[in-house]
Design a protein around this ligand. Structure first.
Ligand code: IPE
Ligand code: IPE
Ligand code: MG
Length: 263
């Protein structure tokens, strides 16, 4: 315990205490219909930093702390899956320094947060083209996977080098291979089976998609899986996003009427 506390102090780990208010909010939300899977497009790190005269990477660093808080919030609420869009297949277009910094964050997060994730019984996954990531980034992700693979609580997925179009093309290629090799009968292919070829394999489709920072677009995220998700947008930038706002999104979700094309 002492060692844990010392380690947390050493890495500047701030405990964000659960207040009575948030506990009451959780209880109230739990009485309603909870989303099984929440996906988030974490946007606005760069602008958050620029507004403060800081380099963009400072925003990414602060954004990592928000990841910690929102993961706790989702876990405390008891939702099944949280998926965070962390790096898109288009984000390679950014300056090299920024890309390098983003690629170092999984190692940083491993150092600072693995213990708590294990303690919380959270299972960490990655969605995306792992093969194109730098070796050190992939190694950190694999360490997360390995250390949490038997955990049965919240499934926390990082969409890293993820692009929905690339995911769909990859799935299509695998399907063609399986048909050609006789493993799959073309006539048995339906929507549900197609979904099994995507990175999200066994995850339920997101019930709720949150995007921060005022942009109202999907930016190549989960094009297949979001077909019937409820969308929720806020002008708040990701580093300023809080547990309270996350719970606000869930409360709003509880008032939505989902019809799936019926009346
Ligand atoms: C989101 O913040 C994080 C990533 C895309 C990696 P941005 O870096 O896109 O921040 P803005 O949109 O430029 O403010
Ligand atoms: C989407 O944000 C990607 C991630 C959050 C990782 P972007 O900032 O890259 O999206 P655009 O460029 O505004 O569409
Ligand atoms: Mg952005």
């Amino acid at each position: 315990m002492m060692i844990q506390a010392f380690k947390k102090w050493l890495i500047g780990y701030k405990d964000e205490k659960q207040t009575d208010e948030s506990r009451q909010r959780i209880e109230k939300l739990q009485k309603g219909r909870l989303p099984r899977h929440v996906a988030i497009i974490m946007d606005g790190n760069g602008r958050w930093a620029q507004k403060r005269g800081l380099p963009r990477v400072a925003g990414h660093r602060q954004g990592m702390i928000t990841i910690r808080h929102i993961t706790r919030a989702a876990d405390d609420l008891g939702i099944e899956a949280l998926t965070l869009y962390s790096f898109s297949t288009e984000n390679w277009k950014r300056p090299e320094d920024e890309v390098n910094y983003l690629m170092s964050l999984p190692e940083e997060f491993l150092r600072t947060d693995l213990d708590e994730l294990v303690e919380r019984n959270i299972q960490v996954r990655m969605l995306g083209r792992g093969e194109d990531l730098p070796k050190h980034t992939l190694e950190a992700i694999n360490k997360f996977r390995e250390a949490t693979k038997n955990n049965t609580g919240l499934i926390l997925s990082f969409a890293m080098n993820y692009g929905a179009r690339s995911e769909i093309v990859r799935a299509s290629k695998q399907i063609i291979e399986d048909v050609e090799s006789g493993k799959l009968d073309k006539d048995s292919l339906d929507e549900s089976l197609f979904g099994k070829y995507l990175y999200t394999v066994d995850l339920p489709e997101p019930d709720l998609l949150i995007r921060t920072s005022g942009e109202v677009r999907i930016s190549n995220f989960m094009l297949w899986q979001l077909a019937y998700s409820e969308l929720w947008f806020t002008d708040v930038q990701w580093p300023d996003f809080t547990r309270e706002r996350f719970y606000q999104a869930i409360e709003d979700f509880q008032y939505r009427s989902r019809r799936y094309g019926a009346v």
